[in-house]
Design a protein around this ligand. Structure first.
Ligand SMILES: [Zn+2]
Length: 322
């Protein structure tokens, strides 16, 4: 059997299986609402809002590059079984959304959170997401004002889907929004603690495009090219000169995208290389949450740029459901 035939066959078997499953569960009022999500930050936010009455499956594994991620047959099963599907949108999960449209139940909605929160004229095109490629920067969630809107949309769509759980979803969201507000204020305080001349970001992965304008930082450069390969030598020299010129004390990488080029840029520009920022990989316990990921980011960023590394230490990073 050709690979594509095998895939189609596996898909049909999965679909038949889930048709049976759905009809078995249809008369069971206590069954959990099945939710499919994509990247770990969104999965974690949905878990916190959905609480005990939902079963959430995140398609993109923690620590995997979400931009080049291709779903596997097991993901088709998850999407086919889902009662609702939450994605970021803004072209982040194109292969997963295409698959979802094919396999989902007819009455199931795919909620594009980013597209619901930002109008097209507010989309950012920049270093790794240039306008000529046609795909906007999709990283809305490091901007906590936008994340709060994600939370409200998730609440509203879950209430629509399952009105009998309205009180629980509303209460969970209130608790979660209060935590996000605390995080948002902490991020402002962190940036304020960094000397004004150092409030500049040079990152490998281009994930702070919506973060920077909210909190008063400037993204000087994001090294990763739009093709997700490595930059050419001329571009590297230009960035090294810019880092020297702007006297930037540290440049940032992430564990999801290890890059030898960043080490070279750091060595030749005299900046420290801090390889630990994260845009979608959630940390290990006890900070194993989206909020924990952002607290880690702020601790790392503040320390490297001469600010107060304890600026976000008081933020509640716990999850509603442990
Ligand atoms: Zn990313």
């Amino acid at each position: 059997m050709k690979r594509s035939q095998l895939y189609a066959h596996k898909l049909l078997v999965s679909l038949a299986f889930f048709w049976v499953l759905n009809h078995v569960y249809a008369d069971e009022p206590d069954r959990k609402i099945r939710i499919a999500t994509t990247v770990p930050p969104i999965t974690n936010i949905v878990e916190n809002i959905g609480g005990a009455s939902v079963h959430v499956v995140g398609i993109v594994p923690n620590g995997m590059d979400s931009h080049t991620f291709e779903p596997i047959p097991a993901d088709a099963k998850t999407l086919a079984a889902a009662d609702i599907i939450f994605v970021n949108g803004l072209d982040l999960e194109i292969p997963t959304i295409k698959l979802a449209e094919k396999v989902k139940k007819a009455d199931v909605t795919i909620v594009h959170l980013g597209n619901s929160v930002l109008r097209e004229e507010e989309w950012q095109y920049d270093f790794s997401f240039p306008r000529e490629h046609g795909h906007p920067n999709p990283h809305l969630w490091p901007n906590i004002a936008l994340t709060m809107k994600y939370a409200e949309i998730i609440r509203d769509r879950l209430v629509e889907l399952s009105p009998q759980h309205k009180d629980a979803f509303t209460d969970n969201t209130s608790v979660y929004l209060a935590k996000l507000k605390q995080l948002d204020e902490a991020i402002f305080a962190c940036v304020k603690s960094i000397p004004e001349n150092n409030r500049k970001l040079v990152t490998y992965h281009d994930s702070f495009a919506y973060f920077a304008p909210r909190y008063g930082m400037k993204v000087i450069a994001a090294i990763q090219p739009a093709s997700f390969t490595e930059p050419g030598p001329r571009e590297v020299i230009r960035i090294i000169e810019q880092i020297r010129h702007e006297k930037i004390p540290a440049i940032f990488g992430s564990e999801v995208f290890p890059s030898k080029i960043m080490e070279q840029i750091a060595r030749e520009s005299g900046a420290n290389f801090v390889d630990e920022l994260s845009d979608d990989e959630l940390p290990e316990k006890p900070n194993d949450s989206f909020i924990g990921m952002m607290v880690n980011n702020m601790t790392i960023m503040s320390e490297a740029l001469g600010g107060n590394p304890d600026c976000a230490a008081h933020v509640d990073t716990s999850n509603l459901v442990q």
